[in-house]
Design a protein around this ligand. Structure first.
Ligand code: AMP
Length: 193
């Protein structure tokens, strides 16, 4: 069985997490942020160390351990009854993060919509990431050079995922708007899925 899902897509700092948390509070939606799954790892475990190694450089963790960890996390959420794959729409944030991950997950995900949170101003993204770094104690987001590398990684590796899914699935959302307006725009399409 494939998981019916929508993807929250966009650059770091675009507001995917904010939207994802709201979706997570609505019955029949289950939000999963891949970055949170990594951040919940203990840093003294082998994979926790690998995560720190890559995230502290603004780079992606290699695909194989990422997909394995993500699958384990979804299975764990299912077995404790937090996620009901038959009834819930899975809201993914931060995965698939490159075209290879999208290909690996082709048999696992039934992607019914991709919401591309598009920002016009990269400087605003940087400001937002830095504010969040302090508030949420996110090491990878504290340093300007790492943030710039994260944005480069996004442009080079993540953005091509949009083309992979194609125009029919992708909805462009103006992420310069207030969070409430962004939510309204996403919901407009998502409730039809
Ligand atoms: P995020 O909070 O989504 O920006 O993720 C923080 C960091 O976790 C990223 O910079 C990556 O190092 C790692 N990460 C999160 N999701 C993925 C993914 N799907 N593939 C590879 N690395 C990821």
């Amino acid at each position: 069985m494939k998981y019916r899902c929508i993807l929250l897509f966009g650059a770091p700092g675009a507001g995917k997490g904010t939207q994802g948390k709201i979706f997570g509070a609505i019955p029949k939606f289950f939000h999963c942020a891949c970055g949170d799954v990594f951040r919940n790892l203990r840093t003294d475990t082998p994979l926790g160390k690998v995560f720190l190694q890559y995230s502290s450089r603004g780079e992606l963790v290699p695909d194989e351990p990422t997909i394995k960890l993500w699958k384990e996390s979804i299975k764990a959420a299912t077995s404790v009854g937090r996620f009901h794959p038959k009834h819930d729409l899975l809201v993914l944030d931060g995965i698939p993060r490159n075209v290879n991950q999208a290909k690996i997950l082709r048999d696992t995900l039934d992607v019914v919509g991709v919401f591309y949170l598009e920002n016009s101003n990269p400087e605003k993204l940087i400001e937002r990431i830095q504010r969040r770094a302090i508030k949420e104690n996110r090491l990878d987001d504290a340093n300007l050079e790492i943030i710039r590398q994260r944005l480069k990684t996004y442009e080079a590796e993540t953005k091509p995922v949009l083309k992979h899914y194609g125009n029919k699935l992708v909805h462009v959302i103006n992420a310069d708007q207030s969070p409430a307006k962004v939510l309204a725009d996403i919901l407009h399409y998502a409730v039809q899925k």
